[in-house]
Design a protein around this ligand. Structure first.
Ligand code: ADP
Ligand code: MG
Ligand code: MG
Length: 885
């Protein structure tokens, strides 16, 4: 199999490997493709990624075959260009460029102007008629080669150049003359010799193979490894090497170099966007040595900039470039990111690839391209990363605003928020009620902070990861959250805090950026999301193509309303315990929990009934006509207990039971392992009056709502943490009897069904039997993951990220479903359940219901719906469509 592929100079790319990104890398494959469609590409060749993988495993013992193939490919370049490599009279120069399967901008190495030495530089000077250009190129080469291949630190060269400029009283590089550059070259060579104890290599073949190895090696450089980890790129892909004839953008005022996008990558606007520099080589544009200029006249004028655009300075080359833009977009049917060089008026293409873009731009381009007939709807749907929609659904910081960054944490929940710092949940709630925007800052959060989190515009924690309580709850609420900001230390006594090295106090204003994790001083202005237009259009297409329904996890009327606006088709999980935490009811809840007997509990439940009924009625109003899955009380009771003497004293006063008695009851409720303790349906079995009250509240509310809106919701009563058929049978009977009673009292009835959450391995295994009692299953994959992996979600932060780093789990199993393991239980549960009851409704309501990879799995298993937090609903709609296509 060939490992070296030539391009340019009329080469026909018959071998599909030559246009395959996996074999030749993105850069090589696209250079071949561009040359193939007749664009002006300097000739060259590509050594495959397979050769890189071999080199990294076996070292630099290149085969004779490879050396012969490279020599032959070099001859191809020489013939095409009409110059010879190492020819002292008229030398061919080449660039040696990395290029992996996907672009890793700036991560790996490139060497330009290779083939220069003391003899060839004279030839270059003569043939070009420009001595200054030749010596400038030579010093660039020594500097770059020494840095990339020989490992000499580049600041040594920069310092030498600075001194040369100072000595001559120059400001810019452009002022150095040929004689000056000659002196700089001599100095550079001296630096190399002093650093390495040997001379800079003057043999051009030694230079070439040195650069090839350096490019291969750069695949395993530290920064490349970090980039791969952050972007989920496997370490065994390797990079290709592209060797290409040099063209020169630094041959005076009719030469130039630049980068361009065929559409604006920030806004998606159909307008060329780019930067260029006269008399410069490629790296100058990105390195910031000189400030690049605008490409088009329109962009220059809009920015009010003076230096003329390429369109104005080089109209002919610009016109040619604009034609290339059009051709490339038609060819690749996508926005292209392009590198080009103009050598003495002639345009050369050096790179093209599909350009990276913001979510907003991605949407606009996809919708525009469908309208232009460039792509069809399904291509548009597939092209948008569902997770990127998150950027669009929350208010974001005005990109034009300046930031005074105090510190950084994890970007736990996107969006942005400014407000005054408050250090506890009650204060957050009080101040928010007075109309203040507050940011809740805690070491970490717990369920008792929910009301404060809800009241806050943003949440900042010093501890906890991306799946900490704060992060999960904030994402669910759509609150912006920065978690695990280790630079934050809080002193509750003086109610002050330190962020980084800045001292702050409660009441000071800060701003959080939940998309980057930045914590900033003062208020930074935000801009509201735009849900109409392109977004709405793409969503209609997605809805047309998906099979699964998308519901939401929500328990407040406000969240339900928002989710409906985002397109939710029902509620997949309404967690009733959140309603119990409400400040106005917590004492009745505590009275119920601490009651000595059933009579005591019933007295407390009586107080809770109207409140709970009202909760459901409000939700049913918003969700009229849609299914609403309500999960009966799930958490262990001790979570609701008073904390500290003051709270016990308060409660004692309210409910008239002595503090000592209360404390004794509280102690009795203590559990060693509450996650696996007295919770879920176990509460319903031991204290049936709790579930009875909840069922009554549901049915009374449903009956009342029919009267008001005429369109009833369909309550789906869900029993949590079921492991056996018998548990469900007992509780289903309780719910059915309560329903019958309410319907008799009200003289009317509503449709409803009873089902269960499948969240224990036993339930999945016994799904066939359980389905005899259940009309629906909802896979509670949070608990199912905990119980299957034997990993407590609340304690996992400490070891899960090292686990992911070591590749033990590919991704955090609480974020993206462990399809191999937990997925088997879901599939098995679905199959066994359906075997018993063909029309069993199947859904998922864990965090995974909003994760695209997990959603694709749900489609495969044939679930009827996924349920996600409100802000994830659009993501789920798009992901469900992609999964179905
Ligand atoms: P990166 O992947 O970091 O962008 P490249 O291999 O694309 O690295 O090289 C960086 C820059 O070097 C290019 O943008 C281009 O301007 C310049 N360059 C590369 N090869 C050549 C060449 N054969 N002739 C002229 N300039 C080149
Ligand atoms: Mg490039
Ligand atoms: Mg659960």
């Amino acid at each position: 199999i060939k490992q070296v592929y030539t391009f340019g100079g009329g080469v026909k790319h018959e071998d599909p490997r030559s246009r395959d990104k996996i074999i030749c890398g993105g850069k090589g494959a696209n250079l071949a493709e561009m040359a193939g469609i007749g664009l002006p590409v300097p000739p060259g060749f590509t050594i495959t990624t397979e050769e890189c993988v071999k080199y990294l495993a076996e070292g630099a013992n290149f085969s004779d075959q490879l050396r012969a193939d490279v020599a032959e490919a070099l001859t191809h370049i020489e013939k095409t260009v009409g110059k010879r490599f190492g020819d002292a009279a008229d030398p061919l120069l080449v660039s040696v460029r990395s290029g992996a399967r996907v672009s890793m901008p700036g991560m790996m190495d490139t060497v330009l102007n290779l083939g220069l030495n003391d003899a060839t530089v004279e030839g270059l000077a003569k043939v070009s008629g420009d001595e200054r250009f030749a010596w400038d190129s030579y010093r660039r080469f020594i500097q770059m080669y020494s840095d990339v291949v020989l490992g000499v630190e580049h600041h040594l060269f920069e310092e030498a150049l600075e001194i040369a400029k100072e000595d001559n009283g120059y400001e810019n590089d452009t002022e150095l003359t040929a004689a000056d550059w000659k002196k700089v070259v001599a100095e550079y060579k001296g630096i190399v010799e002093a650093e390495l104890g040997r001379a800079f290599p003057l043999d051009v073949n030694e230079q070439l193979w040195g650069a090839i190895q350096a490019v291969f090696d750069s695949w395993d450089s530290d920064r490349a490894k970090v980039y791969r980890r952050l972007n989920d790129i496997p370490g065994d892909w390797g990079t290709a090497v592209n060797v290409q004839a040099m063209v020169f953008g630094n041959m005076g005022e009719t030469s130039a170099t630049g980068v361009a996008f065929t559409r604006d990558p920030a806004t998606g606007e159909k307008a060329y966007y780019g930067e260029w520099l006269v008399n410069a080589q490629g790296e100058d544009v990105v390195a910031g040595i000189r400030t690049p200029q605008y490409l088009t006249k329109a962009a220059r004028e809009r920015a009010g900039a003076k230096p003329l655009s390429m369109e104005e300075v080089m109209p002919a080359a610009y016109g040619e470039l604009a034609d290339v833009f059009e051709l490339l977009e038609k060819h690749y049917k996508d926005m292209q990111d392009i590198e080009f060089t103009v050598e003495r008026g002639k345009l050369w293409m050096l790179q093209t690839r599909s350009g990276k873009r913001t979510a907003k731009a991605a949407l606009k381009m996809a919708v525009d391209m469908v309208a232009e007939g460039l792509i069809d709807e399904t291509t548009a749907i597939k092209r948008i990363d569902p997770m990127a929609l998150d950027q669009l659904l929350h208010p974001t910081l005005d990109p034009k605003a300046t930031r005074d960054v105090l510190g950084k944490g994890l970007p736990a929940s996107p969006g942005a928020a400014s407000g005054t710092i408050v250090l506890d949940a009650d204060t957050a709630e009080k101040r928010a009620e007075l109309g203040e925007s507050v940011i809740l800052v805690r070491v970490e959060t717990s369920p008792e902070d929910i009301h404060g989190m809800h009241a806050a515009k943003g949440i900042l924690t010093a501890r906890g990861g991306m799946t900490s309580h704060a992060a999960v709850v904030a994402r669910g609420m759509g609150r912006c959250c920065v978690s695990g900001a280790s630079g934050v230390s809080i002193d509750m006594k003086s109610r002050t805090l330190k962020i980084g090295n800045r001292n702050l106090k409660e009441g000071d204003v800060i701003t959080l950026d939940g998309s980057t994790g930045d914590i900033m001083a003062g208020e930074v202005p935000t801009v509201e999301p735009e849900l109409a237009g392109d977004f709405a259009e793409l969503m209609t297409w997605a809805d047309k193509h998906r099979r699964m329904k998308v519901r939401t996890n929500a328990e407040t009327p406000a969240d339900c309303k928002m989710a409906r606006q985002f397109g939710a088709e029902g509620i997949g999980l309404c967690r009733t315990e959140h309603m119990f935490f409400d400040a106005s009811r917590i004492s009745a809840v505590r009275q119920m929990i601490l009651a000595e007997d059933e009579a005591g509990r019933r007295a407390a439940l009586k107080k809770l009934l109207p409140e709970q009924r009202d909760d459901f009625a409000q939700i049913f109003m918003v969700m009229a006509g849609l299914p609403v899955t309500i999960r009966l009380l799930d958490p262990p009771l001790h979570e609701f207990l008073p904390q500290g003497d003051a709270e016990f004293a308060d409660l004692s006063e309210t409910i008239g039971i002595a503090v000592d008695t209360l404390k004794r009851r509280a102690d009795e409720l203590h559990e060693a392992n509450p996650m696996l303790g007295h919770r879920g349906c176990r509460l319903g079995i031991t204290f049936p009056e709790i579930y009875e009250m909840q069922a009554r509240a549901i049915f009374e509310a449903a009956c009342d709502v029919i009267d008001k809106v005429g369109d009833a919701p369909v309550p789906e009563v869900m029993i949590p943490l079921v492991a056996t058929r018998r548990e469900l049978a007992i509780l289903k009977k309780l719910v059915d009897e309560t329903a019958a009673q309410v319907f008799a009292e009200k003289g009317k009835s509503v449709e409803y069904i009873v089902g269960t959450m499948i969240e224990l391995p036993r339930a999945a295994l016994m799904a066939g039997e359980i389905a005899e009692e259940a009309k629906f299953f909802s896979f509670g994959t949070n608990d199912l993951t905990q119980t299957t992996l034997g990993v407590s979600r609340d304690d996992a932060a400490r070891f899960l990220s090292p686990y992911v780093d070591k590749g033990i789990y590919a991704r955090d199993p609480f974020v993206s479903l462990d399809i191999e393991g937990v997925g088997q239980l879901v599939q098995l549960g679905a199959e066994r359940g359906r075997a018993t009851r063909a029309d069993l409704k199947l859904g998922i309501c864990g965090e995974h219901g909003g994760d695209p990879a997990s959603i694709a799995f749900c489609e495969k298993v044939g679930l009827d719906y996924v349920s996600a937090s409100p802000y994830r609903v659009p993501i789920a709609r798009l992901a469900a469509a992609q999964a179905a296509l």
